[in-house]
Design a protein around this ligand. Structure first.
Ligand SMILES: [Zn+2]
Length: 282
């Protein structure tokens, strides 16, 4: 008698337990699915500020086209300028800029030009000069910030410039801007996202993010034309809101030296033909 009355109760409680846990499992599964969608979907990621790291590769400039960052000015005074970000555009294609940077040039600093990174139309970041070196991205130039005018003269033969304390990033110009007219159709959403991702890693504050046309003193530079400043800062801030910069951010300390299996880059050792896909965790 007693067994007959116990079994249904046990079955019912077992069924309740399984049913309750199925609900928990379903809720957990839905939660994980949503999290994965938000993490992996570029559009949702853009809205939430969480996007996958952009595509990246390396195409080193020839070592004559960049230099050491100096610790002293030519008069011997110590240099302690905080970094700035200078945003450019290529006017030509990204591949033609890379080809130019990879051309050995020994004639003068005026012909020796480079950026630290290019951002292609599809958003791919192409690293061309190691961040710890001085890319020759701006000639005669000055940064006007809260510390007053800032420029460094690295040689008596060339005018002072912002290069010593700059990260130079350049956006590939869209095809309709290659004629160097007054404006063009603008940059892609992928380019803005990649630029924001890259700038976030430099940890340069908004007040020290500037443009080539702003720091130029030659009166000849207009880049980046048709740059949507509001869109860029929106992208930058949405990334900063959800991602605290990591102290071991690879771009600052490990990239390009020794990053992801690349041989350590040494000054004078030519790495300009290197072209290797990198994959970072964000
Ligand atoms: Zn420029």
């Amino acid at each position: 008698m007693s067994q007959k009355s116990v079994k249904p109760i046990q079955l019912r409680s077992t069924f309740s337990f399984v049913r309750a846990n199925s609900w928990y499992a379903a809720i957990a599964l839905a939660f994980i699915t949503c999290a994965l969608l938000l993490w992996s979907n570029p559009i949702l990621g853009q809205i939430t500020g969480r996007s996958k790291p952009p595509q990246q590769r390396v195409a080193w400039a020839y070592p004559t086209n960049y230099g050491e960052r100096l610790s002293q000015d030519i008069d011997g005074s110590p240099l302690r300028n905080p970094f700035i970000v200078v945003i450019h555009e290529t006017v030509g294609s990204a591949s033609s800029a890379v080809n130019y940077f990879q051309t050995p040039n020994y004639s003068s600093q005026g012909d020796q030009v480079s950026y630290h990174a290019l951002i292609a139309l599809d958003g791919t970041i192409i690293y061309t000069v190691p961040f710890q070196y001085r890319a020759f991205g701006a000639g005669n130039s000055v940064f006007m910030g809260s510390n007053g005018p800032e420029a460094v003269q690295s040689s008596p033969r060339v005018p002072a410039s912002v290069n010593n304390f700059s990260y130079h990033f350049s956006l590939e110009t869209p095809v309709d801007g290659r004629n160097n007219g007054n404006n063009h159709s603008g940059y892609t959403a992928n380019q803005y996202q990649s630029l924001a991702w890259l700038v976030r890693y430099t940890r340069v504050p908004d007040a020290r993010i500037t443009y080539h046309k702003t720091v130029d003193r030659s009166g000849t530079r207009r880049d980046p034309r048709s740059f949507d400043q509001n869109y860029f800062f929106q992208a930058l801030h949405s990334q900063q809101a959800t991602h605290q910069p990591s102290l071991d951010a690879p771009l600052l300390v490990a990239l390009p030296v020794g990053a992801q299996g690349l041989a350590p880059l040494q000054r004078g050792i030519c790495c300009y033909s290197s072209s290797k896909a990198l994959s970072f965790s964000s």
